[in-house]
Design a protein around this ligand. Structure first.
Ligand code: TYD
Length: 228
């Protein structure tokens, strides 16, 4: 029998305030990576697959998974210039409300929650990209989310030049942050994933979407066996 992927590997210290969602009835999966790596495509493909298996699926995103979150999203991405701490706090406020009103209730009733970005985006973008410090931003986010971490976090890894070139429309404030910013956030995601392989699945997002989707399904299979 394969090991329970929900278990935190023995060599990863369980820090105070961290809670893998394994204590809740549902399954919590986040998708992370740079801009234009194909997260929303993967969330949608997985959502359809799980719904076909008969699971209740809640597809959501950060920022903007709730009505308040949509207002915060507009302010963060398209509003006036923000100082990095204000930006970090607005993402954290979006997350706190999202977890309290949507994610945690869905997990408690046994749903599968798929989120396009979660707290690891704050650690990479605000902690490393904006230079606020990964540890501090992680603590802020864990406080906002009352410690909730996903069962599985899928990192879609791609050269930022390729990802940004895929985007259409006017770039938002984060997409306009520059090549060096995006290189640092990519490295931050990869370093973070390497620290907690029990939670992270790192995939090459340059592969065709269907190939990536199959790799995601394979990783989630042990969580779905016997459920529903
Ligand atoms: P996203 O919704 O993925 O962008 P889009 O749908 O426009 O492609 O995320 C919006 C931006 O917010 C993205 O550049 C990443 C950034 N972001 C942070 O900087 N910190 C965070 O905590 C989150 C959730 C997102």
């Amino acid at each position: 029998m394969s090991p329970d992927p929900r278990a935190v590997p023995a060599d990863v210290p369980r820090e105070r305030g961290r809670e893998h969602a394994g204590d809740l009835a549902g399954l919590f999966v986040s998708f992370e990576g740079g801009d234009g790596v194909g997260k929303s495509t993967q969330v949608s493909l997985l959502g359809h697959h799980l719904a076909a298996l008969g699971r209740e699926v809640v597809v959501t995103r950060e920022p903007g998974g709730t009505p308040l979150g949509l207002e915060l999203r507009q302010a963060i991405l398209h509003g006036e210039d923000l100082d990095p701490r204000t930006e970090a706090l607005l993402y954290a406020a979006d997350r706190a409300h999202h977890v309290a009103t949507l994610v945690r209730p869905a997990l408690e009733r046994g749903a599968v929650v798929l989120t396009d970005r979660y707290l690891d985006s704050s650690v990479a973008y605000q902690g490393t990209g904006r230079g606020l410090g990964a540890d501090e931003v992680e603590r802020l986010s864990l406080w906002a989310a009352r410690g909730l971490l996903p069962h599985v976090t899928v990192l879609l890894d791609l050269d930022p030049a390729v990802g940004l070139a895929r985007l259409t429309g006017d770039p938002d404030r984060l997409e306009s942050a520059g090549a060096d910013f995006h290189r640092r956030t990519r490295e931050a995601f990869l370093a973070r994933a390497a620290q907690d392989p029990g939670r992270w699945l790192v995939l090459d997002a340059a592969q065709p979407a269907e190939v990536v989707a199959a790799q995601v399904r394979e990783r989630l299979a042990p969580f779905l066996a016997g459920a529903a």
